[in-house]
Design a binder for this molecule. Structure first.
Ligand SMILES: NC(=O)c1ccc[n+]([C@@H]2O[C@H](COP(=O)([O-])OP(=O)(O)OC[C@H]3O[C@@H](n4cnc5c(N)ncnc54)[C@H](OP(=O)(O)O)[C@@H]3O)[C@@H](O)[C@H]2O)c1
Length: 316
C-alpha cells in the first residue's frame, strides 16, 4: 500500500498496519524530511517521497507506486482534492492480482481518504479514472503517532464509498483489531460535527472550566489536574449508563437557587463564552433530567431562568 500524508494519522496508521503485517511500499509527505522520518519508522523497504517528487516521479518510483493495490490519502482535508487529481494522473487503475482481491468488486484498485467531514466524492477524479474510492475515518484523537497507532487497534472506524472500497476498508479495520460501521455519504458532515462535539469541543469545554478556576485563584496546571478526575469519573459513568442516568449535579436535582448563583457569578466575572456554554448545555441537561426527575417544577423554573439569561446575553 501507499500512504500519502505522513502526519499524525498517516504515520500512526502506517505503524499500526505494519504491525498487522501490511507492506507499506511508499509514503509521501509535503516535506522530504517528514516523508523520510515516516519511511524509517515503517522499515528499510519503504520509499519516501516528497510532494515535489510525487509530481515528478522517476520511472522506478512510478513503478513502485503503481504496484500498490491500496492508496490511503492522509493529508489535511483541504489537500485531498488536489492530491486525488494528481494521483489520478499518475496511477493506473489496472485490476490487482493478489489473493485478497481475486474476485468480485475488490478486484479494482482502491483509494481511501481518512477525513471525517468529507465523503468519497472528493476522490471523483480517481473514481472516473477507474478506481474504487471511499473514506475510512477513525473515531480517535491522534496527537502523536506511536500512541496513536495503539489507539487505532481499539477504534471504531466509519466507512462509506464504492462497495469495493468499503469491502477493503472493512478488511483493513479487521486487520487492525478495530470495529467498522458504514454511514450514508450524504450525512458525513453531520456525522463529523457529532465527533467534533464529542472530542475537540469537550477539550474546549474543559478549557473554559480551567479559565473559571484560574479566576478562583488556581494555576492553569493545577486547575487542569483538579478537573481531570471529575471528567474521568463522568466518562466512566457514561460507559455503563445512558446520559439521562449518568447526569448528576445541579440540573439533575433541579436546584433553582444554585443556577441563579451560577448565572450571577458568570455575569460578574464577564465570561461571555462560559455563560453561553452554561446556558446552552444547561438547557440540554434539563431535557435529560426531565426523563427521570423527582422535581419537574424545579426543572421548569430553571428552563425559564435559562431562557431569560439566553435572551439577555444575546442582547448584550
Ligand atoms: N489526527 C487525528 O486525530 C485524525 C483523526 C481522524 C481523522 N483524521 C484525518 O486524517 C487526515 C490527516 O490529519 P492529520 O491530523 O494526520 O494531519 P497532519 O498531522 O497535518 O498531517 C498531514 C500530512 O499530510 C502531508 N501533506 C500535506 N500536503 C501534501 C501533499 N500535497 N502531498 C503529500 N503529502 C502532503 C503533510 O506533510 P508535511 O508533514 O511535510 O507537512 C503531513 O505529513 C485529515 O483528513 C484528518 O481529518 C485525523
Amino acid at each position: 500500500m501507499a500512504i500519502i500524508g505522513a502526519g499524525r494519522l498517516g504515520t500512526a496508521l502506517g505503524l499500526a498496519l505494519k504491525a498487522a503485517a501490511a507492506n507499506i511500499e511508499v509514503v509521501a509527505a509535503k516535506r522530504p524530511l517528514a516523508a523520510r522520518r515516516a519511511a524509517e519508522a515503517f522499515g528499510p523497504k519503504t520509499l519516501a517521497l516528497s510532494a515535489f517528487q510525487l509530481s515528478k516521479l522517476t520511472p522506478s518510483q512510478h513503478a513502485r507506486l503503481n504496484r500498490c493495490s491500496l492508496v490511503l490519502i492522509t493529508t489535511p482535508d483541504d489537500n485531498i482534492a488536489p492530491v486525488a487529481k494528481q494521483l489520478a494522473a499518475i496511477l493506473k487503475p489496472k485490476p490487482v492480482r493478489s489473493r485478497d482481491h481475486k474476485s468480485g468488486p475488490a478486484a479494482r484498485r482502491v483509494v481511501l481518504h481518512t477525513s471525517g467531514a468529507l465523503a468519497s466524492d472528493i476522490l471523483e477524479p480517481l473514481r472516473s479514472a477507474g478506481f474504487a474510492v471511499g473514506s475510512l475515518h477513525p473515531l480517535v484523537s491522534i496527537s502523536e503517532s506511536r500512541s496513536g497507532a495503539e489507539s487505532l487497534t481499539q477504534a471504531f472506524f466509519s466507512l462509506e464509498g464504492d462497495p469495493a472500497a468499503v469491502h477493503v476498508g472493512r478488511l483493513i479495520v479487521r486487520g487492525l483489531g478495530g470495529e467498522s460501521f458504514t454511514i450514508d455519504s450524504r450525512r458525513k458532515a453531520l456525522y463529523h460535527a457529532a465527533a467534533v462535539i464529542a472530542s475537540p469541543h469537550m477539550t474546549a469545554l474543559l478549557d473554559i472550566a480551567v479559565e473559571m478556576l484560574v479566576l478562583c485563584g488556581l494555576s492553569t496546571t493545577r486547575a487542569r489536574r483538579i478537573l481531570l478526575p471529575l471528567v474521568q469519573s463522568t466518562l466512566a459513568n457514561l460507559t455503563t449508563q445512558d446520559p439521562a442516568r449518568a447526569l448528576t449535579g445541579t440540573f439533575k436535582r433541579g436546584d433553582v437557587s444554585t443556577v441563579q448563583k451560577h448565572l450571577a457569578a458568570l455575569g460578574a466575572a464577564n465570561l461571555p463564552q462560559a455563560l453561553a456554554a452554561y446556558i446552552v448545555l444547561g438547557q440540554r441537561s434539563i431535557s435529560l433530567a426531565k426523563r427521570r426527575s423527582a422535581n419537574p417544577a424545579g426543572l421548569d423554573e430553571i428552563m425559564r431562568i435559562l431562557s431569560r439569561a439566553a435572551k439577555g446575553s444575546s442582547q448584550r
